[in-house]
Design a protein around this ligand. Structure first.
Ligand code: GAR
Length: 193
């Protein structure tokens, strides 16, 4: 079966990127890593896996449109069909949203709509929640707001620290994201046959 070409957008450690790369059953070939944080660990990981990287500093651009137009040239050159956000801590603007309508998804470490944005794990602990989780959703112009595709609950134990909870959440993320990617990509490609 033809592998669908995809790009991962990430800003940080890249554990979700790594989980995708290690999943033999992933329906996509990750052909590009886009990173907005020069020096981020995820760039080293992409190099280790031999995945092309495109690292940009948003400060070098006057507008989001200019920044995203530059990304668009590269993703189009590589014939990228889907974009997966994996810890990409930046809103997606109209330039990419219009070019990849319905083909950008994101993973977030909470049960959205609860605790969008940064530090979702810390937010859930400080709010004394007993349960939090992981959400995979389509991306729109908002912060972690697009239509939800899948969610999984994670219990918060009384003695949890941000680190212990994060490690359980990320374990769920690493299994859930590839699974949801395969489902969503497969459905859309089937519709187009
Ligand atoms: C992940 O937990 C992801 O859900 C979160 O960033 C982390 C990135 O980890 N994303 C967000 O908070 C998006 N609002 P990673 O770099 O190890 O994959």
């Amino acid at each position: 079966m033809r592998k669908i070409k995809a790009a991962v957008f990430a800003s940080g450690t890249g554990s979700n990127f790594e989980a995708m790369m290690n999943d033999e059953n992933l329906a996509c070939e990750i052909v590009l890593l886009v990173c907005d944080k020069p020096g981020a660990t995820v760039i080293d990981k992409a190099n280790q896996y031999g995945v092309q990287t495109f690292v940009l500093n948003p400060r070098d651009y006057d507008t989001k449109q200019e920044y995203e137009s530059n990304i668009l040239i590269t993703v189009r050159e590589l014939e990228v069909e889907w974009i997966f956000l994996a810890g990409y801590m930046r809103l997606i603007g109209p330039t990419l949203l219009e070019a990849y309508e319905g083909r950008i998804i994101n993973i977030h470490p909470s049960l959205l709509p609860n605790f969008p944005g940064k530090d979702a794990i810390g937010q859930a602990i400080r709010a004394a929640c007993k349960t939090t989780g992981v959400t995979v959703h389509y991306v729109d112009e908002g912060m972690d707001t697009g239509p939800i595709i899948a969610q999984k609950k994670v219990e918060i134990f009384p003695n949890d620290t941000e680190e212990t909870l994060k490690s359980r959440i990320q374990e769920i993320e690493h299994a859930l994201y590839p699974e949801v990617i395969n489902m969503v990509v497969g459905l859309v490609e089937l519709e187009e046959v």
